[in-house]
Design a protein around this ligand. Structure first.
Ligand code: FES
Length: 355
C-alpha cells in the first residue's frame, strides 16, 4: 500500500470504551474521524471503511485501536508500541515527579502504593517450613488481588513435599538454582530463567540441587489461599500438553520500541488462563498507563522505582510488584544496565496492550 494510503494515526494508544450490549458501533479505520474511536463519515473518498463492533455484554470493556495499524481490528494488539523508536517516557526528575513521595516498606515487607498496588521485598517475608520446602504467600486476596495469588517457594536440596493447588492453573518462575520438577509423574529439568505450567488437577514436587536448591515463584489462578499437601503424586499428567517448561530464547523476542519481551508459559504450552512473559526495560520512566489485566511482576535484574504517579517505591532484583487492573502506573528503570522483569497477567494474552 503506498504511504498515502496508510490510515492516519489518530493517536498512539487505544481508546478505552465501555460499550452497550447489542448496540452497533462503527470503529473508524481511516483515522480521520473527529469522533474517535468511532466513524463520523470522514473516510469518504479514502480506501478505508469503518468496521462494525457489537458488544456481547453490558458495559463490555474494549480497547479500540487508535493508531489504526492493528492487525486485529478494531482492537488494539500492541502495534502502536512499535510505531516510535523509543517507548513513551517522561523525566523522573521533573519538578512534579520529584514531589512524588517515596513510600517505604511496612513491617510485612510491602510498600503500599495507590489502588492496592504494592512492592514486596521477598527477603522480609516470614517463611513457613515443610520438609525441604520453605514458602510464603506473596500476593493474596487480603492484598486486594482478584484473579491471581502468588507464593514464593525455596526448594532446598533434595525432594520437596508434594504440592497441589486444586482446580487451579499454576505458573512457576524459576529465578535461581537448578533442579527438577515432577508434574503428576512427568519429570522436567529446571534452571533459571524458566517458566513452567501446571494444569488444573495436576500435582508437583520440586527437587533442588546444589548447596542452595531452587528459588521459585508460583502464580495461581483463580486465587488460592494456601497449597495443599497430598500424600502421593498422582500419575495424571495431561499428555495433551507434553511441553511445560519454557526458557529464555532470544529468537522469540518481540520488540516494543526500544523494549523487548518474550512469552514464557502461555497458550502454546496449554496455559490459556494466565500468560507469563519476561521483559527488558532500558533506563527510562515510562509514561503513566493502565492495563485491563491484573499483573504480578518479579524483578530479575536491575533497580528502579514503581510509580502509581502519586506515590512511588524503590524496586530491586528479587522484589515482587502487584498491580491491580486499571491502576495508573509506570515502572522506572534507573539502572544503566537495564532491568529484566518476569510477569504473569490475567485476563489477557498480550502484555504489550496498554492504554
Ligand atoms: S492503538 Fe493501534 S495497536 Fe494499539
Amino acid at each position: 500500500m503506498p504511504p498515502s494510503e496508510k490510515p492516519r494515526i489518530a493517536r498512539y494508544k487505544p481508546y478505552y470504551q465501555e460499550l452497550e450490549r447489542g448496540k452497533v458501533y462503527l470503529w473508524c479505520a481511516c483515522g480521520r474521524s473527529g469522533r474517535q474511536p468511532f466513524c463520523d463519515g470522514s473516510h469518504t473518498g479514502t480506501p478505508f471503511r469503518p468496521l462494525r463492533c457489537v458488544a456481547k455484554e453490558e458495559k463490555e470493556e474494549m480497547l479500540l485501536c487508535g493508531c489504526k495499524r492493528t492487525c486485529n481490528p478494531p482492537f488494539c494488539d500492541g502495534t502502536h508500541n512499535n510505531l516510535k523508536d523509543t517507548y513513551d517516557s517522561v523525566d523522573p526528575e521533573s519538578p512534579e515527579n520529584l514531589a512524588v513521595p517515596l513510600i517505604e516498606a511496612g513491617s510485612d515487607g510491602k510498600a503500599r502504593l495507590d489502588g492496592g498496588c504494592f512492592v514486596c521485598s521477598v527477603p522480609a517475608l516470614a517463611l513457613e517450613r515443610r520438609g525441604n520446602l520453605r514458602f510464603s504467600p506473596v500476593i493474596s486476596s487480603t492484598d486486594g488481588a482478584v484473579y491471581q495469588s502468588q507464593f514464593y517457594l525455596e526448594a532446598r536440596p533434595g525432594e520437596s513435599s508434594i504440592i497441589g493447588f486444586p482446580d487451579r492453573h499454576v505458573v512457576l518462575l524459576v529465578t535461581a538454582g537448578k533442579g527438577s520438577i515432577n508434574i503428576s509423574g512427568r519429570e522436567f529439568e529446571l534452571e533459571p530463567i524458566a517458566g513452567v505450567y501446571i494444569r488444573p488437577g495436576e500435582l508437583f514436587r520440586l527437587r533442588g540441587r546444589g548447596l542452595d536448591g531452587m528459588k521459585v515463584f508460583a502464580a495461581v489462578c483463580p486465587r488460592a489461599s494456601a497449597p495443599v499437601w497430598p500424600g502421593e503424586i498422582l500419575e495424571n499428567f495431561d499428555t495433551t500438553w507434553p511441553r511445560r517448561v519454557v526458557g529464555i530464547d532470544r529468537s522469540q523476542r518481540r520488540s516494543m520500541s526500544d523494549r523487548f519481551f518474550q512469552l514464557l508459559a502461555d497458550k502454546t504450552v496449554g496455559s490459556d488462563m494466565m500468560t507469563q512473559f519476561i521483559g527488558e526495560i532500558p533506563i527510562s520512566k515510562a509514561t503513566a498507563h493502565r492495563h485491563l489485566y491484573e499483573e504480578s511482576l518479579v524483578i530479575l535484574r536491575g533497580h528502579g522505582y514503581m510509580w502509581t504517579e502519586k506515590k512511588k517505591a524503590r524496586v530491586e532484583a528479587g522484589d515482587v510488584i502487584f498491580l491491580p487492573r486499571k491502576q495508573l502506573h509506570s515502572l522506572e528503570c534507573a539502572d544503566p544496565g537495564g532491568m529484566l522483569v518476569a510477569g504473569v497477567i490475567y485476563p489477557g494474552g498480550n502484555p504489550a496492550i496498554n492504554y
